[in-house]
Ligand binder design. Structure first.
Ligand code: TYM
Length: 328
């Protein structure tokens, strides 16, 4: 069975972008693949995190995985820091990574832009992400569009290791959805919807109450025209809302255009809000049940137990190939 791995940072409340770009595909792929889904807490600390918030968010992201439909009896769900092999392989791969490769990463450029001081962890972040994937020899990595460049580097590192030390790593493929790979901000369609954007109105959070969702959508930026047409170049804001509409309602973009022909934005936005609410309400109910049941710790413990032996074996194999004296 082919292996799938992906991860989400517990660096803020998850957004509709995380759900559409990534989690929905996790749920789909668990039926046909051996799956590893992680809360990447070691990645989250590459920017400062309040310790209590980090703990809460880690549990919350894991509970959202389950609430969204990931079944821990089909897929391993775990916290990255519970499997120390990730950090160890991360270091080994950092030594194979060039500064120039890391300097080119757009996520690093975006996150470090305008900052007086930038942590070294943020810079070497992609080598740890490569380790996450390669430590299980994953074949497929479901992610949104913004992670494509990190995946390219992962592939390069796998190939570099294989050519230096002999074929070992599987070179992974990205799995990026055709629609919804890049959900944009509600206040600025040139930026992706992000859990770390300080403007609350920019993102629909998966745990936003229905009225907050309605308000955010009614205030979402649109152009001064009145046509509901999918045209990314000329109508990026409306096109983004149409993508969300399509993904939450199951209607195609053409069906949406036809339904709102000759109408203004108000009715379209109202309906869109109801589709988003209908999509998220069952997830929120399940989330609350899971949080109050207190089962997340057990799920994470079991997940880490399932995967640790594979990860530890990879680190042993890699160290042996690189020439470390192995303990006997
Ligand atoms: P993160 O935590 O920023 O995002 C988690 C996933 O959600 C996707 N995503 C989006 N998709 C569509 N539209 C958006 N607006 C949007 N915003 C986020 C991301 O592409 C991602 O798939 N580096 C990763 C975490 C990571 C990882 C890994 C992923 C660490 N190790 C190994 C895959 C495999 C990140 O920062 O994701």
């Amino acid at each position: 069975m082919k292996k799938v791995l992906s991860g989400i940072q517990p660096s803020g409340q998850l957004t509709l972008g995380n759900y559409i770009g990534a989690i929905q595909n996790f749920v789909k792929l668990q039926e046909t693949h051996e799956c590893f889904f992680m809360v990447v807490d070691l990645h989250a600390i590459t920017v400062p995190q309040d310790p209590a918030d980090l703990r809460e968010q880690t549990e919350s992201v894991a509970a959202l995985f389950i609430a969204a439909g990931i079944d821990p009896s089909k897929a391993s769900v775990f916290a990255q820091s519970h499997v120390p092999a990730h950090a160890e392989l991360g270091w080994l791969l950092t030594t194979l990574t060039n500064m120039g490769e890391l300097e080119r990463m757009t996520q690093f450029k975006d996150k470090s832009e305008g900052k007086d001081s930038v942590g070294a962890g943020l810079f070497v972040y992609p080598a740890l992400m490569a380790a996450d994937i390669l430590v299980y020899n994953a074949d497929l990595v479901p992610v949104g569009d913004d992670q494509k460049q990190h995946l390219e580097l992962t592939r390069d590192l796998a190939q570099r290791f294989n050519s230096r030390y002999g074929d070992y790593f599987t070179v992974p493929e990205p799995y990026i959805p055709k629609v919804g790979a890049r959900i944009m901000s509600l206040d600025d369609a040139s930026k992706k919807m992000s859990k770390s954007n300080p403007n609350a109105g920019s993102a629909i959070k998966l745990l936003d109450p229905p009225d907050v969702i309605r308000k955010k959508i009614s205030r979402a930026t649109t152009d001064s025209g009145r046509e509901i047409k999918y045209n990314l170049a000329e109508k990026p804001e409306v096109s983004n809302l149409m993508s969300i509409y399509s993904l939450c309602s199951g209607m195609s973009l053409e069906e949406i255009e036809a339904k709102y022909e000759g109408q203004m934005y108000g009715g379209f936005k109202k309906d869109l809000a109801e589709h988003v609410v209908a999509k998220l309400e069952p997830l929120q109910t399940k989330y609350n049940e899971i949080r109050s049941s207190g089962t997340i710790h057990e799920i994470l413990k079991q997940g880490a137990e399932n995967v640790s032996e594979i990860a530890n074996q990879t680190v042993r194999d890699v160290k042996e190939r690189m020439g470390f004296l192995m303990p006997r």
